[in-house]
Write a protein that binds this ligand. Sequence first.
Ligand code: TXA
Ligand code: MG
Length: 329
Amino acid sequence: MPSSTDDVRIAAQTLRDGGVVAFPTETVYGLGADAFSEAAIERVFALKGRPKNNPMIVHVADEAMARTVVASWPGRASRLAGAFWPGPLTLVLEKADAVPMLVTAGHRTVGVRCPDHPMALALIRAFGAPIVGPSANPSGRVSPTSAEHVRDGFPGADPLILDGGPCRAGIESTVISLAHEAARILRPGAVSREDLESALGEHVEIVGRGASSAEAEGAGMLAPGRLASHYAPRAATRLFEGRDWPGVILRAPARTVVVTHEPARVGEPGVRFVRLPESASAYAARLYAALREADALDPELILIERPEGREGLWTAIHDRLDRAAAPRE
Ligand code: TXA
Ligand code: MG
C-alpha cells in the first residue's frame, strides 16, 4: 500500500531520532539518515554491510539546501541543477566542513542530488535537512526498485520503508564530478552524457572502469561504487551478443535463465526466459526487477543478451550489465 502523509511524518521523526528510513526516488530506493549525524550514518553502514571507503550521496530538497553541504557552488553546478534537478543527477563538489568525513569516505568532495520523487522531497522537507541515501540494498547486491525489494534485502531487520510504488527510471543517478577543471562522469546513469554536454556547452569525459586508480583518484572518484562486482545477482551471470545465438544456449547448462529484450528468442524449448522491453527507458526501469526474477528461479547460470543500442541511456544500461556479469572478488 502506498505510504501516506502520516507515514512521511513518522519517517521524518525517525530521522530526527537518529534512525534509518528507506524511501523511494525516481531511480532506486535509498536508505535515508541524517547526513550531519555520524551515529545515524554508522547505522546505515552497518545495515548495508557497506565498506567505509564507499562514499554516500547526500539528498537535498532544493539548490538552497545543496549549498549547505558544499564549500562553494560554481556556475556549472547552477547550470546542471537548473537543467536536471529535481532529477537523476549527482553533483560531486568540494564538501562543506560540517559534512562528516564518514559520508564522503574521507574525501574532500561530496556527492549531492535532489531526487525527483514527491515522497522523497516530502521526507527531506519534513525532516528539514539533508539526508544520506545509498541504494537500499545489502552492499554489492542489485539495487531495489520497489518497497518489496527493500524488504527482501533486509530480512529480520525490518527497516521503516516509505512505499512510493515502483521506481520510474530504475537505474541509479548519473554521478558527475565538478571538483576539477574538466567535468567528468564517474558513474553513467539516467542523465546521459549528451544531455550533460548540451547543458554545459563543453565536452564531458566518461571515466570508465578501465581508468587507472591514479586517474580515478585524480577525478575525485572512489573505486568502490565502480567495483566490478557491484549490482550482481546471486547466480553466475554472463552476457551474450544476439549474433551468437543459438550457439550460446546450446552450450549453456540445463538450469539456465535467459534475460532478453529480443522477442524472437523467447519460445526456445526447455529454456526459461525473463523478458525485458525494447526501448531504453522501459528496459532501464525493468532491469533490476528482471535480474531479481531471474535469480529467484535459482538458476545455475543467468545469460543476459546485450542490447544493440549504445548511445544515451544505453551507456548506463551497458555499465550495469557489465557490473552484473563481472567476476566476483
Ligand atoms: O540514484 C541514486 O544515486 C541512488 C538513489 C537512492 O538516490 N543512490 C545511490 O547511492 O546509488 P549509492 O550509495 O548506492 O551509490 C553512490 C555512489 C558511490 O558508490 C560513488 O560511486 C558515488 O556515488 N559517489 C558518492 N559520493 C562521491 C564522491 N564524493 N566522490 C565520488 N563519487 C561519489
Ligand atoms: Mg548502491
